[in-house]
Design a protein around this ligand. Structure first.
Ligand SMILES: [Mn+2]
Length: 268
């Protein structure tokens, strides 16, 4: 038995199948963690969602910004973006099963010393705050307040934590940061407009994980969302978005021994 953590799939079902073959994935024996952004930009979001839903007893996932965009589009809250490839999912009769199921997935997931988030965590956040806000925000996303929460996520303007709650709710700001963070300053100001390589990061911002943080040192975090960063391996941190949807690779990390597995993107 092994547990593999897989990076951003984004509708690249052929690459996912190729990676599952490489690791000889067995649904009887193995488990998967997915760092979020299962869907969008790639060609086969429906096939990815269908597969993950079918294997839901073996899979743990956290929601990414593209997953939230799909949920918002399903509810008629967001409009079509130029690079969206979500029509097949939205038009499918399976959407009424798959999307409410997706909407009930967690934002943060932890087992023992391993934890997972899609984007990142602010240096000011401690584990207790993360766990409490994640549960509160998940409850909102699954309840009657989902629409107002989802409508708070768009926009690339800078955000200072904690938010001015006249303009953005605490849970809305938390969700936006959790799923979209790449760079921030020492005081928790987030710059959403930057998605380049860490070496091009504008002052005074730095990659979120470069600031001293308040998390327990023994935790090991998995994350995705930053394809320009690529594979990052540190003692307490593994970044797994290796840009499959951009024609690069899809990566898996085996928790038991830290081995990395990668396949070349199979999409054209
Ligand atoms: Mn993302």
């Amino acid at each position: 038995m092994a547990t593999y953590v897989i990076g951003d799939v984004q509708g690249c079902f052929a690459s996912l199948e190729s990676l599952l073959k490489l690791i000889s994935f067995s649904s009887q024996r193995d488990r998967l963690w997915l760092v979020g952004d299962l869907v969008n930009r790639g060609p086969q979001s429906l096939a990815v969602l269908r597969w993950v839903h079918q294997h839901r007893d073996q899979v743990k996932l956290v929601l990414g910004n593209h997953d939230l965009h799909l949920i918002a589009r399903y509810h008629g809250l967001n409009s079509d973006k130029p690079l969206d490839t979500l029509k097949e999912v939205l038009d499918s009769p399976e959407a009424s099963t798959l999307i409410p199921w997706l909407q009930h997935q967690p934002l943060v997931y932890r087992e023992g010393v391993f934890a997972m988030v899609h984007g990142g965590l602010l240096p000011q956040w401690e584990w207790d705050l993360i766990a409490r806000l994640a549960r509160e925000t998940e409850a909102q996303l699954q309840g009657p307040e989902a629409a107002s929460l989802l409508l708070e996520l768009s926009g690339k303007q800078e955000l200072q934590w904690p938010p001015n709650e006249k303009t953005l709710s605490l849970q809305g700001a938390f969700l936006k940061i959790l799923t979209r963070l790449r760079v921030c300053d020492a005081n928790g100001r987030v710059h959403f407009g930057f998605s380049g390589a860490p070496s091009d990061c504008p002052e005074p911002f730095r990659p979120w994980y470069e600031w001293p943080n308040r998390l327990p040192a023994k935790l090991r975090w998995f994350f995705g969302h930053w394809s320009a960063l690529g594979l990052l391996q540190r003692e307490n941190l593994v970044g797994l978005d290796t840009g499959c949807v951009w024609g690069r690779q899809l990566a898996a990390f085996r928790q038991e021994d830290g081995r990395i597995f990668q396949v070349e993107a199979q999409e054209n």
